[in-house]
Design a protein around this ligand. Sequence first.
Ligand code: BES
Ligand code: ZN
Length: 631
Amino acid sequence: MLQKIPLVLAMVVLAIGLVSCAEKDEYDPAHDYFSYANTDEFVTRHIALDLDVDFSTEQLRGSVVLYMNAANGSGGDIILDTRDIDIDGVVFVGDDGSVTPAEFRLGENDAVLGAPLIISIPAGVNTESEFAVRIEYETSPTASALQWLPAELTAGGKHPMMYSQSQSIHARSWVPLQDTPALRITYEAVIHTPDELLAVMSADNDPLAPRRGEYHFDMPQPIPAYLLAIAVGNLYFAPLGEDTGVYTEPELLDASVYEFANTQDMLEVAVKKFGPYQWGRYDLLVLPPSFPYGGMENPRLSFITPSLLAGDRSLVSVVAHELAHSWSGNLITNATWRDGWLNEGMTSYLEGRLMEIIYDRDRVDENHVLDYQELLLDFATVPTWQQGLAPRFDVGDPDDFQGIIHYHKGQLFLQYLEESFGREVFDSFLLGYFEDFAFQTITTEAFLDYLDEKLLRASPDVVSREQVEVWMYQPGLPADAPVPSSKTLDQAAELAVAWATGDVSVDAIPVEQWSPQAMVHFLNNLPAELDTSRLERLDSTLGLSATRNAEIGRTWFIQVAKRRHEPAYQHFTEYLSRYGRTRLVAPVFAALANNGHDLELARSLFADVRRVYHPITLSRISGILDKAAVE
Ligand code: BES
Ligand code: ZN
């Protein structure tokens, strides 16, 4: 009897354990919930692309060879990611070139993830050492990564253009592969194009390549799949410095050379601060307006929106940002999209450090104050469980996840560490980090362990691991978080109120001395109640509706829509069709759709201008309009 009690107890404990285990959340923060690939069993080391770029059908057509290894003893199927791809055949290729056809099937399609491609390993094929699988395929004209632009939507208007945007999980719509940032691959490519066009990739571009309709690329440094990139168009090159240059259509070349003249300096400063630049050259590709982002850090060749061409170099922090990704993001990559702050927050922090050296602290402070305002607005709308830097993330679309929190809360966290430990100590931590994790992927938790070892425990009593974890897992900002401030922006905000109350006349606003950032802050701080006639006066004196500065235009047209300032409505179509960058147009649609009166107008404007937008921008705006309709 006595002996039985512990046994019964043990059974009860076991039963409770089993129940709670089954109920317990089995979320694994290191698992990539946005890829079907069975990377535990197989990993790709290298891929070789051979693709025709067919503008007449808006398709890529050809093959990819995946050079793979099996993890020990695995004998099951290979699962790859695809979305919207037609697979024509799969063969295993032997060392002697012999081919063995393989059975394959596409699994069920998911709107966000696409469909798994399941490949059976044929009998007789040896997967013990590296093996090669060749897949013949063609993309769909609606491939989510690719935009096919007719000639009239390019600057020159004579040649079509196409380009890719693979982040976050769009690479799978133009190459069947293991589409997870947890894995790195090298690649080579042969790209066939119409004779007169140039192809460029996130690889070893040759500005002098003869235009013969065939281009060869090599990318010897291993990269995650989301950094695979291609563009084909009437592109020309101009050098910016010894290791830097810009590709774009001839019509935009001079303006680009002027705007981005300090790219070489940025690169040199970055090397001094963050360690060796590991990628060879650093070039920019300035795309047509439909490019949905400010920039995309495709290695060796950042893709850039033409909306930065303000003529005064006032928006080049975006270039500093994309360049900084050569360290944070491309050299050390977030293990999954949930760890995106390690890419974007760290890069936003490095961007500020570069801008401070190239320009000055005031300009950085101005940018940080504007970012901070956006962050506070975001906290007001994002559910609290999602406000940590590294919350649970296993459903939804990685493109819509975190955004501002990863960028600006991440930047503030690193600024907090810098201020707590001192710049010198923090800089040497960063140098060590970029060296120790070069060409690796990293989870938030691995970063915390490293931080703990190198920084927190090395200087005890400065910042504790618990404090750091508050940043990672708790909503909002800790009480001791840095608060950015800028004298020039404070003055602009004061003037906004002084002008609104009539204390200062519009001619007395010192706009000539203002940065575009100060103007943005001025507009954001105008009191809610303002007469139409006063806003008209402001517009005509400051030239707001006609501005060519994209950030001023964005701020102004958001205000116009929110306030229902109808005299400026006539400019919506022009503004909304001049830009395609999501950041510049989506919030204007949102402000119109949600001002209580103009949902129909927003819809009809969208119908008018949607032709110039990228699929990513289209889906963002459609989402905004649909949501406004049900609210
Ligand atoms: N990597 C991002 C763009 C991106 C993020 C694409 C998430 C797809 C999913 C790029 O580096 C970026 O951050 N762009 C910003 C620039 C800005 C913060 C300086 C942009 O486009 O606004
Ligand atoms: Zn970025």
